[in-house]
Design a protein around this ligand. Structure first.
Ligand code: UD1
Ligand code: CA
Length: 459
C-alpha cells in the first residue's frame, strides 16, 4: 500500500507582514517548509507533493528535487490546496499524510506514530490533535459524549461555547486516498472565510458513517503553527533548545545554553566546549575537543579536532587540527589554516591558505595568498592584493620570515627560507634564501633634535 505526503505551502502568510513568503522564514537557520520536508522524508513516503502558489518559484528552488509540486493558482483555502494534488494521487491506493508548511517543530517520530495509529484504527481519516491552554487561532476539535470526533470548527466560525474547547487541530492528518478525494469534492464555502476548508473533510466523512479518529499528542509545543512573528520567535526558541539538548546529550559542553545559538544542520563532536554568546550557523562541522570562546560566530565552516577559537568571526573557512584563532580575528571566507597554525588578534584572512605551523600573531591583512609551512608573518604585515579593479595572488614558500610592518604588493613570490626585513615594501619576487630589504636607509642628523624637539630637557 502506498504512503504519500502532501505539504501545504501556497498561502501568502499575510499575518507575517513580510515580503518573504511565509514558509520560507527560517527557524534555527532553515526554512520552515524544509523542516516539514525533512520530517516527512524520514517516514519514507513513496512520493511527496508540495502545493505551491505564493512565491512558488522560490519555494520550488528551496525544495528542489526532494518533492513534486502542485500549483494552486488562487488561494481558496486549505481544502482547495489539497485538491490541486488530485492528478498526482487520485488514482493511487494508499494513505496520505497532509501537513501544513508552517509547523516546523513536528518531528518524524510524531508523524510515524500518527501513521501507525491511523492504520491500526482502520480509520478513513485521522487528525492529529493537541490540548492547549490558549487555543486562540486554531481549529477546535468537537467530540460527542462517547469521545468520538465529530468535526473541526475553525476559529472564525466557533460559537462562544466551542471557543472554550482546548483541544485543537494541529493541521496534520492521515487520510485514505479514495476517502480524501470523495470528501474534498463535497466541500463548500459556507463559512466565515468563504474558503474551502480541509478541516471539513472530518465532518463529511463522519456524517457518511465512516470511521474517523483523532490522535492527541502529549506535547503541544511541537505542533506550534507559525502565523506571525511572535510564533516565529517562539518556534526559534523551542527548536534552539531542542538542538542544544541534542548536542549536550551527544557529549558537547555548553557553558550557557540559553545564549548559544546553533542552527539545525551544524555537527559537533564529543568533548567540545562552547562558551556563552556563541552563534554557529549554516553547514558548520565542528570536531572533537574543540574550544569556542564567548562571543564567537562561526558560519559554514569546518573546525577540525582540538582547534581553538577565541572571540572571533569565522566564515566559509577551514581550520585543520589544533589550529588556533583569536581573540578578535576575522576569517572572512575561503581561509584554510593548516595544522597548528596560529592566528592572533586583529588579523583578517581572506582567500588564503596558511601551511602547517605558520603564524600570523597580530595585526595583519592576509588576502589572496598561498603560504607554506612554518612561515612567520610579523605584526602589521599587509598583503596589498587589490588595485581598485583586480585582485592579485601571491605565494610564500616554507620557512620564510616576513618582518613586521611589511607590505607585500601582489603578485609576488617569496622563496623558501627567505627573509623580508621589517618595514619593507616588496613588489618584486624574493628568491630562496635571500634577505630582501625594501625600505629607505636611515639617516641620523647630528644636533637637529636640539632645534626641533620641544619636549627635550637637558638633565
Ligand atoms: C489551519 C487549520 C486549523 C489548524 C491550523 C494548525 C484550516 C482551514 N485550518 O489554520 O484548523 O488549527 O492550521 O496550524 O485548514 N495554504 C495553502 N493554500 C491556501 C491556504 C493555505 O497552501 O489556499 C497553506 C498555507 O501556506 C499554510 C497551511 O496551508 O502552510 C495552513 O494555512 P493557514 O492559513 O496558516 O491556516 P491556519 O489559519 O493556521
Ligand atoms: Ca497556520
Amino acid at each position: 500500500m502506498g504512503r504519500y505526503v502532501i505539504i501545504l505551502a501556497a498561502g501568502k502568510g499575510t499575518r507575517m507582514k513580510s515580503k518573504l513568503h511565509k514558509v520560507l522564514h527560517s527557524v534555527a537557520g532553515k526554512a520552515m517548509v524544509e523542516h516539514v520536508l525533512d520530517a516527512a522524508m524520514k517516514i519514507n513516503p513513496n512520493e511527496i507533493i508540495t502545493v505551491v502558489g505564493h512565491g512558488a518559484q522560490v519555494v520550488k528552488e528551496k525544495i528542489g528535487e526532494r518533492s513534486s509540486f502542485a500549483v494552486q493558482e488562487e488561494q481558496l483555502g486549505t481544502g482547495h490546496a489539497v485538491l490541486q494534488s488530485k492528478s498526482f494521487l487520485s488514482g493511487k491506493t494508499g494513505e496520505t499524510l497532509i501537513i501544513n508548511g508552517d509547523t516546523p517543530l513536528l518531528t518524524a517520530e510524531t508523524l510515524q506514530t500518527l501513521f501507525d495509529f491511523h492504520c491500526k484504527s482502520k480509520a478513513s481519516a485521522t487528525v492529529l490533535t493537541a490540548k492547549v491552554e490558549d487555543p486562540t487561532g486554531y481549529g477546535r476539535i468537537l467530540r460527542d459524549e462517547t469521545g468520538a470526533v465529530q468535526k473541526i470548527v475553525e476559529q472564525k466560525d466557533v460559537t462562544a461555547e466551542e471557543a472554550r474547547l482546548k483541544e485543537i487541530n494541529t493541521g496534520v492528518y492521515v487520510v485514505g486516498n479514495e476517502h480524501l478525494f470523495s470528501a474534498l469534492a463535497k466541500l463548500d464555502i459556507n463559512n466565515a472565510q468563504g474558503e474551502l476548508y480541509l478541516t471539513d473533510i472530518i465532518g463529511i466523512l463522519k456524517s457518511e458513517g465512516k470511521v474517523v479518529s483523532a490522535s492527541q499528542m502529549s506535547c503541544f509545543e511541537e505542533s506550534l503553527g507559525v502565523n506571525d512573528r511572535f510564533a516565529l520567535a517562539q518556534a526559534n526558541r523551542i527548536l534552539c533548545e531542542r538542538i542544544n539538548r541534542f548536542h549536550m546529550a551527544n557529549g558537547v559542553t555548553l557553558l550557557d545554553p540559553a545564549s548559544t545559538y546553533i542552527e539545525s544542520d551544524v555537527e559537533i563532536g564529543q568533548d567540545t566546549v562552547i562558551e556563552g554568546n556563541v552563534s554557529i550557523k549554516g553547514k558548520t562541522k565542528i570536531g572533537s575537543e574543540v574550544f569556542i570562546g564567548a562571543g564567537s560566530e562561526i558560519v559554514n565552516s569546518v573546525l577540525k579536532d582540538r582547534t581553538k577559537v577565541l572571540r572571533s568571526v569565522i566564515e566559509e573557512s577551514i581550520l585543520h587540527e589544533e589550529a588556533d584563532v583569536g581573540p578578535f580575528a576575522y576569517l572572512r571566507s575561503k581561509a584554510e589554516l593548516g595544522k597548528n597554525v596560529h592566528v592572533g588578534n586583529f588579523v583578517e584572512i581572506k582567500a588564503a591558505k596558511l601551511g602547517e605551523r605558520t603564524k600570523a600573531g597580530h595585526l595583519a591583512y592576509v588576502g589572496n595568498v598561498d603560504i607554506g609551512r612554518e612561515v612567520n608573518l610579523g605584526a602589521g604585515v599587509i598583503f596589498v592584493n587589490y588595485d581598485g579593479k583586480n585582485k592579485f595572488q601571491s605565494q610564500i614558500d616554507d620557512y620564510a620570515f616576513i618582518g613586521s610592518n611589511s607590505d607585500i604588493v601582489s603578485p609576488v613570490h617569496i622563496g623558501k627560507n627567505a627573509i623580508v626585513a621589517a618595514g619593507s615594501t616588496i613588489n618584486e619576487n624574493v628568491p630562496e634564501d635571500c634577505l630582501a630589504m625594501g625600505r629607505a636607509r636611515q639617516v641620523n642628523k647630528d644636533g637637529y633634535a636640539k632645534r626641533y624637539n620641544h619636549y627635550r630637557q637637558d638633565e
